[in-house]
Write a protein that binds this ligand. Structure first.
Ligand code: NAP
Length: 309
């Protein structure tokens, strides 16, 4: 483990740009697991700053980006993917010479390119914690959000291994399991495991609300039949998800093409009364669910362990 601070901690002064769900969860996690680290933050929304102040998330809730990053040895951009370039630009002239700049954006290749353009001299190590909820804002965060979740780092080839190790140490202290991956691969994997499922949920919930044969009252009343689980995902932040689809466009279009082909195959099986195709397909998907539970990425309890009481 790299000891850069003399206390065994990977960083001494951490700045968070954006204090929503992810930024405030990092702040809470740092407070809990690395209490001697000095925390600074800036959010461009004055309203968010007002809401965050009484939550006591950080040592200095800065009024501008310059104050937030002054002297920080780690700066993490926790803003929507489409706002990364602007956030990077706002901190560029104020970064300490030894600062590592990271981010938590849900797409990696396009964000890394945008950051390199506005921060050509900075040491950038992109990251993506695969952890979140459908809620936004500083009140929504919690310290355990990253516990037992993956955090993927996508350093460029030839990136300083010491910087990568320190960031890895940081995320592990927050409870995450860390993996290093190529950015293009990350964007394809996440298009399959996160972006496409969200697109499907947005579609299904939107379609249900347009159906005239079934009333909205009935959709809500009988939602436990499966629809409800899609509504949780479809309640995710519209700005964040708009930005993800526009940013990870190529990978999303590639897996969307595959998905539409598979959907057509199942449509044909239903039309053609082909029970074998449906049975084989559903057996395969059931095995995937079991593997996720085996890996500890979800609980085996019925209905996701929701209380029935
Ligand atoms: P969030 O709760 O909406 O918080 C983002 C905050 O950043 C907002 O308060 C926003 O203010 C502020 N902001 C926007 N532009 C800024 C700028 N230029 N400088 C400073 N602050 C700025 O979003 P989040 O859920 O924490 O997501 C943050 C990032 O994490 C996104 O890139 C997302 O892709 C990634 N991520 C999210 C999840 C998840 O499940 N939520 C999981 C993993 C990764 P305004 O509201 O005024 O714009």
């Amino acid at each position: 483990m790299t000891n850069d601070t003399g206390e065994g901690l990977p960083f001494r002064r951490v700045a968070l740009i954006g204090l929503g769900l992810i930024g405030s969860s990092i702040a809470r996690g740092v407070r809990e697991t690395m209490p001697s680290v000095e925390l600074l933050a800036f959010d461009s929304s004055a309203e968010v700053r007002v809401r965050a102040a009484p939550l006591n998330l950080v040592d200095i809730l800065a009024a501008d980006p310059a104050e937030a990053v002054a002297g920080a040895d780690l700066v993490i951009l926790c803003v929507p993917v489409g706002a990364m370039a602007e956030a990077g630009r706002s901190i560029a002239p104020h970064l300490a010479a030894n600062a590592i700049v990271s981010d938590v954006g849900s797409s990696k290749g396009p964000v890394a390119n945008a950051l390199k353009e506005v921060l050509p001299d900075a040491l950038i190590i992109p990251a993506h914690p695969i952890a979140g909820t459908e809620n936004s804002g500083p009140e929504a965060g919690f310290a355990g959000l990253f516990r037992n979740r993956w955090c993927i780092l996508t350093p460029e080839q030839g990136a300083d291994p010491n910087a990568v190790a320190r960031l890895e140490d940081f995320w592990q202290r927050l409870g995450a399991r860390v993996e290093v991956m190529d950015a293009v691969r990350h964007d394809l994997v996440l298009a399959v495991t996160s972006h496409l499922p969200h697109l499907i949920a947005f579609t299904i919930v939107g379609t249900a609300s347009h159906l005239e044969a079934v009333t909205e009252g009935e959709v809500i009343k009988y939602s436990a039949g499966g629809f409800r689980d899609f509504t949780r995902i479809a309640a995710s932040d519209p700005v964040m998800w708009r930005d993800i689809f526009l940013s990870n466009r190529e990978a999303v279009l590639e897996v969307l093409g595959r998905f539409l082909g598979d959907l057509r195959l199942l449509e044909e099986a239903i039309r053609g009364d082909d029970g074998d195709v449906l049975f084989d397909w559903f057996s395969r998907t059931r095995a995937i669910r079991r593997a996720i539970i085996y890996e500890g990425q979800d609980v085996a309890a019925p209905d996701f362990g929701r209380s029935t009481g």
